[in-house]
Design a binder for this molecule. Structure first.
Ligand code: HXC
Length: 517
């Protein structure tokens, strides 16, 4: 018996409801503002015709405050899976046109269905937030919905990559779901991320602040550090997500998507010699150095606007995916401080969780001196870096480019913190501290008594530099694997990575370590 026309009509009617969302007028309003709808965002990210919905007919059960009159198929969120550049990705996208994208119990259920699918099938998840937060009419059920989501975020952490896009409001406790994920991309336009907004701040503290100051993308990307990438609009945010995914494995039991070249090329890059800087008072352009090391100069910098004294990001070296951490002497002389330690430690832990080899480029004069740093807990924050590097079991290659002083030298993945290979440029200076500081401490008395203290000081500084401001002493003690010319760095790094790809390092079993948070 053929399919009954009535059944087919009913199916088509209900299917139409799924796609109707908030209606034509609201769609037009969004388009007029230059915004995409929840589905348009997903369609832009996925390869055509590969998206399959999960829970398209989900509806809320709320009957308070007239909610029985406002029932929408899908309950204000689109969840599903599809292919992005040939690999399966799960996603959800909140629909602001339906009840302000607010999260009720069934809205959360649909989100969680996607998260559970992603976990079982080992796919990354991209979540697009555009929501007024907990659905007020649903009360404690809405809070429970958030609880379910937070719990899944944590279960998924370290199992599949989780990427959040903030493309609209994301207020109150709702901000904690993105905060539990690995990367946050936020649009400059239309998006706000905050716990308490300007009105509440004014009523509680009396202080007048703007939304941009409290929850804008640029503030979060440079001051709070909550946001890893700022996008100019929806499309740009989705492009960043795709680029990021191109460096990541689908889950923690896979290798990242390496595309190794058939053989390692041993080519001298003489231009690198011009970037090596031996004068300790001149900043070294680490951004240019890392871009010379990666294939086609393609480096995806993460957290570019935050703690600029540390550069972190992804690239490929002859096809091998690498996470780079580099001291940047163009900012705060490259010192390690609270924010750069946090930034570095989090990046290392992501790389380690997802089997991404780490390359560390060192040019660090030390930890940042200052009352704010001490009182702010530089000891606790700096310890995160030590903890993260020491617990990372992925291949670790460290390149000592120039200053490698004291505890900061250790913290930047020295051999003692588990670096598998330590390469040093002839410009590397490995010592407890810089020449000026060391002479001040070692020869305080002699300098006081010297006939010509300025000349005496210069002589002692020069002696100290000759003795310690080179990599040879450290190499003689076995702390450096080899000393190389800067021009050989790319081919040496490439060769090292190939050889380390099979590395397996086992640790004593434990529930988990206790990183100083
Ligand atoms: C139910 C909501 C809603 C919410 C918005 N809407 N937020 N419905 N629950 N939380 C509805 C509005 O009533 C409106 O419905 C539609 O969404 C669009 O909202 P507008 O206000 O017209 O839009 P706009 O002017 O763009 O303002 C957007 C907004 C604002 C800034 C997000 O709506 C707002 O401030 N909402 C409340 C934010 C908030 O305080 N949320 C709770 C956070 S606390 P109609 O029918 O008119 O179109 C929280 C706790 C989580 O989330 C705890 C987790 C642990």
């Amino acid at each position: 018996m053929p399919l009954d026309a009535k059944i087919l009509d009913e199916y088509k009617k209900r299917r139409k409801e799924v796609f109707a969302a908030g209606g034509e007028a609201k769609i037009k309003k969004r388009h007029d503002k230059g915004l995409m709808t929840a589905r348009e965002r997903l369609m832009y990210m996925y390869q055509p015709d590969t998206f399959q919905e999960v829970g398209a007919y989900i509806k809320h059960h709320c009957t308070s405050f007239g909610m029985e009159e406002q029932v929408f198929a899908g309950d204000g969120i689109v969840t599903g899976t599809g292919f992005v550049d040939g690999r399966q990705v799960t996603s959800f996208s909140q629909d602001f046109m339906v009840l302000g994208g607010s999260l009720g119990k069934m809205h959360a259920r649909r989100m969680v269905l996607g998260m559970e699918y992603a976990m079982k099938n080992g796919t990354p998840i991209v979540g697009i937030s555009d929501s007024g937060g907990a659905r007020i009419q649903e009360g404690v059920d809405a809070l429970s919905g958030y609880g379910e989501v937070f719990y899944r975020n944590v279960i998924l952490s370290g199992v599949i990559p989780q990427i959040s896009i903030i493309a609209g409001p994301c207020a109150g406790g709702a901000a904690y779901s993105p905060a539990l994920t690995d990367f946050i991309i936020m649009t400059e336009q239309n998006a706000q991320l905050f716990i308490t907004g300007p009105q509440v701040i004014k009523s509680v503290t009396g202080r007048e602040v703007t939304m941009e100051e409290v929850g804008g993308a640029n503030m979060h990307a440079s001051v709070s550090g909550n946001v890893h990438f700022v996008a100019k609009d929806d499309r740009h945010a989705l492009d960043i997500a795709r680029e990021l995914l191109s460096f990541l494995p689908s889950n923690n039991s896979e290798d990242p998507p390496h595309q190794p070249t058939p053989a390692v090329t041993v080519v001298e890059d003489t231009g690198m010699n011009n970037l090596a800087q031996s004068d300790p008072s001149v900043a070294m352009d680490m951004g240019a150095i890392v871009r010379r090391l990666v294939d086609n100069g393609h480096f995806l910098e993460v957290h570019a606007g935050f703690a600029k004294n540390m550069i972190v990001g992804f690239g490929r070296v002859e096809g091998i995916v690498v996470g780079f951490l580099c001291n940047n002497s163009m900012e705060k002389a490259g010192c390690l401080d609270i924010d750069s330690s946090d930034k570095g430690a989090r990046f290392i832990r992501f790389c380690n969780a997802f089997n991404i080899p780490i390359c560390t480029l060192v040019d660090v004069p030390g930890f940042m001196p200052g009352i704010e740093q001490e009182r702010g807990g530089i000891i606790r924050h700096g310890a995160k870096l030590l903890f993260a590097y020491s617990s990372a079991t992925v291949p670790k290659v460290t390149i000592l480019c120039r200053k490698s002083y004291g505890g900061a030298y250790l913290a930047m993945c020295s051999q003692d913190l588990g670096a598998d290979i330590v390469l040093a440029w002839p410009t590397a200076e490995v010592a407890v501290m810089g020449a000026d500081g060391a002479v001040n401490i070692l020869y305080r008395k002699e300098l006081k008594e010297a006939e010509d203290p300025v000349a005496e000081r210069a002589k002692l500084v020069a002696e100290y530099r000759d003795e310690f401001a080179s990599p040879y002493l450290a190499a003689a003690r076995g702390y450096v694997t080899d000393i190389i010319e800067p021009s050989q760095t790319r081919s040496q790094l490439s060769m090292s990575l190939r050889k380390l790809l099979g590395k397996r390092e086992l640790r004593p079993p434990k529930k988990h370590g206790n990183i100083p948070l």
